[in-house]
Design a protein around this ligand. Structure first.
Ligand SMILES: [Zn+2]
Length: 305
């Protein structure tokens, strides 16, 4: 099977623990990723709320340095910078870099361009609280700030994908009016199945779908309404029932939460595939959800970079 994961926090965890990408006790390493015929992993540089601009930029640089160390240390790790990199089948892990909580950087255009140069291809507007760009789903009820609106324009001009996971509802609708390119929710589930502030309403899902974006299901039990495959299936089924077969994919959020030890990190996705297959989902649909939807989206976005 093939796997394209839109979100994990392994970059932060590895930076703080010194864990190697080749093999580690975190949720994601090359040893376990090797089982997938094709594996593209998004590694998020997660920046917590409340950091000063200086600290946020320093932290971001440190996390991107870790990714650069991985590139130097492992020939099996290949950064995805262009559409051609997505087609490279010699690497074990094709790696996309993203930023989670871009608004703590208070980055002007120059800053975002520098991030693009360092390999960042997707940026999440907020985390749970407020930042200089807008408000997260546990922050205040305001929408995007003027800086946040400018950031959306600047990100789009650089072909950096905008990620709305964690953004509050008001900011989402503002962004929808403003955005010219498809945008994504890398790790957000269905509010209709589990009414959690981090989950997307059907209307939000429909907007992302109609604009050609992606919604990645995460494996966090509190967002799913259970820590089991049946819960994942309920969310998947709901989005599929909304004509989401080209929209829904996975953004596991591994290493962003404590998971049951039996999951064995990223290896769990193979178990999930088998579980869904045993319940009658055809291989072509599973391949679309686990891999192809995300690959096709990024192939389009990265065509011109
Ligand atoms: Zn997150």
């Amino acid at each position: 099977m093939r796997l394209f994961d839109l979100h994990c926090d392994t970059l932060s965890e590895a930076t703080d623990t010194g864990a190697a990408l080749a093999e580690n006790s975190l949720a994601i390493d090359l040893r376990r990723g090797r089982r997938y015929e094709n594996w593209t992993q998004t590694f998020a540089a997660f920046l917590p709320d409340g950091l000063s601009v200086t600290d946020a930029r320093r932290r971001c640089a440190t996390l991107l340095d870790t990714a650069e160390d991985w590139r130097r240390a492992c020939t099996e790790y290949r950064p995805v910078l262009t559409a051609a990199d997505l087609r490279d089948e010699t690497a074990i892990c094709r790696a996309l870099l993203s930023i989670e909580n871009g608004g703590v950087l208070a980055a002007d255009y120059t800053g975002l361009a520098a991030l693009h140069c360092r390999g960042v291809r997707m940026v999440g507007m907020t985390w749970n609280g407020d930042n200089t760009w807008g408000c997260g789903c546990f922050g205040s009820d305001e929408g995007l700030t003027a800086a946040g609106e400018q950031a959306v324009r600047d990100l789009e001009a650089l072909s950096i994908v905008v990620d709305v996971s964690h953004l509050n509802t008001c900011g989402f609708y503002q962004l929808e009016k403003l955005a010219k390119s498809p945008f994504v929710a890398t790790h957000s589930n269905a509010a209709a199945v589990c009414p959690h502030p981090r989950n997307l309403t059907d209307e939000q899902f429909g907007i992302i779908r109609d604009r050609g974006g992606l919604v990645g299901l995460n494996l966090y039990g509190e967002h799913l309404g259970g820590w089991d495959f049946a819960a994942v299936q309920r969310h998947l089924e709901h989005f599929l029932s909304m004509d989401g077969e080209r929209t829904v994919c996975f953004g596991t959020d591994l290493d962003g939460m404590t998971i049951p030890p039996t999951w064995n990190g990223i290896a769990i996705m193979q178990g999930l595939w088998q579980y869904l297959r045993d319940r009658g989902y055809p291989d072509t649909l599973l391949d679309a959800v686990f891999y192809e939807n995300a690959r096709a989206f990024f192939a389009r976005v990265l065509e011109n970079t």
